[in-house]
Design a binder for this molecule. Structure first.
Ligand SMILES: NC(=O)c1ccc[n+]([C@@H]2O[C@H](COP(=O)([O-])OP(=O)(O)OC[C@H]3O[C@@H](n4cnc5c(N)ncnc54)[C@H](OP(=O)(O)O)[C@@H]3O)[C@@H](O)[C@H]2O)c1
Ligand SMILES: [Zn+2]
Ligand SMILES: [Zn+2]
Length: 375
């Protein structure tokens, strides 16, 4: 019997090649699986890095890896044991799959984002094919339902989960500080009265800023390009002051804001990140999202930073991947963003492209904010 194949965007690491691969059409092989037709897939820095062959491997025995981990799809078929989905439903899949170690409690409890063994697999990144192809099959447990009215935005759910997980952790950590969290009896949000700086105005930063705003924080975006620019315009549309690091130093920023209670780092650049860590306020929390490529050593004010971490009760946390709850929260919050800032949230998607544009999008100059490939 001949295998039906589909087009996919993939890399062949052994040949350092990016190409359109001929990928077998997937079939449901277990009762709890769902076959999904891809609607669109977002492109991010991780995909672009895989295209530099820094990392990224296909499944054992397969010489290519289908890319793509930020996806919106439509259910095309459900296995007989599927209970949560039906044909026609919109879904967003998660990325990481658990390790097999019976003693890895996070993985055994569906929290592979905290895997202890680091032998997890990730769709479109490491040992599992991604979603940049016409159809894929997945267990229903790794899918989050999407309301129909979020069809235009839900491809951004996965990058928003980074902020959801980051903030969820920050709330847990900051329970240590009496009164850090606003009681929210007035509905102003748990972050009311606290200053947050988002470092960077790419998709991760802008989505993070929106999340912080709906939590009630006073938000500032500190990023590179001076105004006027498209990202600063979006910041202003959502009511956030955009400040350029080319015009205002970190010390001037801290003086202007007062106590910086939270930093959401979304630049992936060590120098400016540790400069900002130096001015984090009393009892502050610093959330790192960046995954910078290896670069030469840089000087930082290490003693000042350590002294401040100790004396000002700083907490530094990272956020990667995300829990099923973070995916549910991301879908919910995209709905909130759409209600509050319909124009700004939709303008984060700066381009919808066909598969033919993959090379330019993945290896060319990164233009716009979030580019997606439609299938
Ligand atoms: N934790 C995770 O799971 C996860 C997931 C996805 C991405 N990430 C990471 O998150 C980071 C941000 O991702 P992204 O897609 O939003 O990136 P991006 O599109 O490249 O945006 C980066 C932003 O940071 C600004 N910037 C860069 N260098 C700067 C500097 N020295 N000073 C001030 N601002 C600077 C850029 O300014 P311009 O506007 O002037 O270019 C841009 O606005 C990356 O490191 C990425 O690897 C992490
Ligand atoms: Zn991504
Ligand atoms: Zn594990």
């Amino acid at each position: 019997m001949s295998t039906i194949t589909m087009k996919g965007v993939g890399v062949v690491p052994s040949k350092k090649e990016l190409c359109v691969v001929s990928h077998p059409e997937p079939k449901i092989t277990a009762p709890n699986e769902v076959r999904v037709r891809t609607i669109e897939v977002g492109i991010c820095g991780t995909d672009r890095e895989i295209c530099t062959f820094a990392y990224g491997h296909g499944p054992t025995g397969c010489d290519y890896l289908v890319l793509g981990h930020e996806c919106l799809g439509e259910v095309a078929e459900v296995g007989p044991g599927v209970t949560k989905f039906k044909v026609g439903d919109l879904v967003v899949p998660s990325v990481r799959r658990p390790c097999t170690d019976p003693n890895c409690k996070p993985c055994r409890e569906g929290r592979q984002d905290f895997c202890f063994t680091w032998t997890f697999k990730e769709r479109g990144i490491n040992q599992l094919h991604g979603y940049m192809t016409e159809q894929w099959v997945e267990e229903e447990t790794y899918l989050t339902p999407v309301p129909k009215d979020l069809r235009d935005l839900a491809v951004m759910a996965e990058p928003l989960t980074i902020a959801e997980k980051g903030l969820a952790q920050a709330w847990i950590v900051q329970k240590r500080v009496p009164g850090w969290e606003h009681d929210n009896l007035d509905g102003k949000g748990r972050g009311f009265g606290r200053n947050a700086v988002v470092l960077g105005a790419g998709p991760i930063g802008l989505l993070g800023a929106m999340k912080l705003l709906i939590e009630g924080f006073k938000v500032f975006i500190y990023s590179r390009s001076p105004k006027p620019n498209f990202k600063a315009d979006i910041a202003e549309q959502i009511g956030v002051e955009y400040i350029s690091s080319k015009e205002v130093t970190v010390d001037e920023l801290a003086k202007k804001i007062g106590n910086i209670d939270l930093v959401y780092e979304a630049v992936g650049e060590g120098d400016v990140s540790f400069e900002l860590a130096r001015v984090l306020g009393i009892n502050g929390v610093f959330i790192f999202t960046g995954i910078p490529a290896e670069k030469p050593q840089i000087p930082v004010f290490a003693d000042t930073i350590i002294r401040n971490i100790t004396l000002k009760n700083h907490a530094l946390i990272g956020t990667v991947n995300a829990s099923p709850q973070a995916f549910l929260d991301a879908i919910h919050d995209l709905g909130e963003f759409k209600k509050r800032w319909p124009k700004a949230i939709s303008s984060l998607i700066t381009g919808r492209h066909t598969i033919e544009s993959h090379r330019e999008l993945l290896t060319g100059k990164a233009e716009g904010i979030k580019n997606v490939i439609q299938f």
